[in-house]
Design a protein around this ligand. Structure first.
Ligand code: DAH
Length: 339
């Protein structure tokens, strides 16, 4: 019997319980009416009187040890449960949402990368400008409608302080502060006094390109723009240049690309023409070079400007311009995998 008691004592000291059921079955096994320790107490009645004192002591020890062990395991389990209760079980099982880049940033970066490969570096200028940098230096005649309050947000008049209506103002900033050769790409926000709708907004984004050096020709311009169109919209993309007018370029052109939705066959998006307009461009007008202090007999240059929203719409078919500034995560999340 002594042996059995020692054996049980060792066994009990090593007990483990991972949950309440486990613990309960241990209690039943050792301490219940039919448990092992209880049955030893029953056997105790049969042993000789001389042995009773010693074995009685041992049995009591065993019972107490078992009881203490069960209590210890119970309180361990309880503290584990209260630890678990500190967890926030209302949280979603999904990991924390990662943000995504704004589609306009994605496209701006892509445009900058493409022209970066042609040697263009980023240049920036202020959004709050004066009349000279936005209009006068760029050969806008005094009566030009763009100077009208209908189109331009003025902060003060006389002196005219205004929100730039195009990033061409950065051309002026660069030409008046840098010596040619100049090869810059100027992304930025511009402002126009337009009623907000799905197709117009009072602010939007443009990228301006400017290259000035000796012997820059229209062929260089066309080559750079063809490269851009193919990189941006795919190898099969075609371009066409239509004569146009901008005060700061002569000659001026607007560039279309073959419709990237129908591949040029004609669809509702390109209004059946197979072509969509993407930018304005031209050779920098000698008047502009001169007013910025660059000798137009030595240098020539080309410039181009495009709306980032327009390019983004072509790439991702965003139908409503307002989506770009509403910060709706259902819209923004769709651009997670891009760039
Ligand atoms: N600044 C023009 C606009 O806002 C876009 C533009 C056209 C920029 C022709 C240019 C250019 O540099 O050469 O509509």
């Amino acid at each position: 019997m002594k042996e059995r008691i020692k054996q049980l004592l060792d066994e009990i000291k090593g007990l483990q319980a991972i949950n309440r059921d486990d613990l309960e079955s241990l209690r039943i096994k050792y301490l219940s009416k039919k448990g092992e320790i209880t049955s030893l107490f029953n056997d105790f009645r049969t042993i000789s009187n001389e042995q009773k004192k010693e074995i009685g002591q041992m049995l009591n020890d065993l019972k107490n040890t078992a009881q203490d062990k069960i209590n210890e395991l119970k309180s361990n389990l309880e503290s584990k449960v209260s630890e678990e209760n500190k967890l926030d079980l209302t949280r979603t099982p999904d990991p924390i949402e990662l943000g995504s880049r704004h589609p306009l940033s994605i496209v701006k970066t892509e445009i900058a990368d493409i022209f970066g490969r042609l040697g263009f570096v980023i240049a920036e200028g202020p959004e709050v400008e004066d009349d000279w940098h936005v209009f006068s230096a760029l050969n806008f005649p005094p009566e030009h409608p763009a100077r009208d309050m209908q189109d331009t947000f003025f902060i003060t008049r006389d002196p005219d302080v205004l929100l730039r209506t195009h990033t061409s103002s950065v051309q002026t900033r660069i030409m008046t502060t840098q010596e040619p050769p100049i090869r810059v790409l100027c992304p930025g926000r511009v402002y126009r006094n337009e009623a907000i709708s799905y197709r117009a907004h009072c602010f939007f984004h443009q990228v301006e390109g400017l290259y000035i050096d000796k012997n820059v020709s229209f062929a260089d311009l066309k080559q750079a723009l063809l490269y851009f169109a193919k990189e941006m919209f795919g190898e099969g993309t075609k371009i066409r240049l239509r004569p146009s007018y901008f005060p700061f370029t002569e000659p001026s052109a607007e560039m279309d690309i073959s419709c990237n939705l129908c591949g040029g066959k004609g669809c509702p998006f390109c209004k059946g023409t197979g072509w969509v307009e993407i930018l304005g461009c031209g050779m920098v007008d000698p008047n502009v070079l001169e007013s910025c202090g660059i000798d137009s007999k030595v240098y020539s240059g080309y410039a181009f400007g495009m709306g980032i929203e327009r390019i983004t719409n072509l790439k991702y078919q965003v139908k409503d311009l307002r989506m770009f500034s509403e910060n709706d995560v259902r819209f923004l999340n769709q651009f997670k995998s891009a760039y």
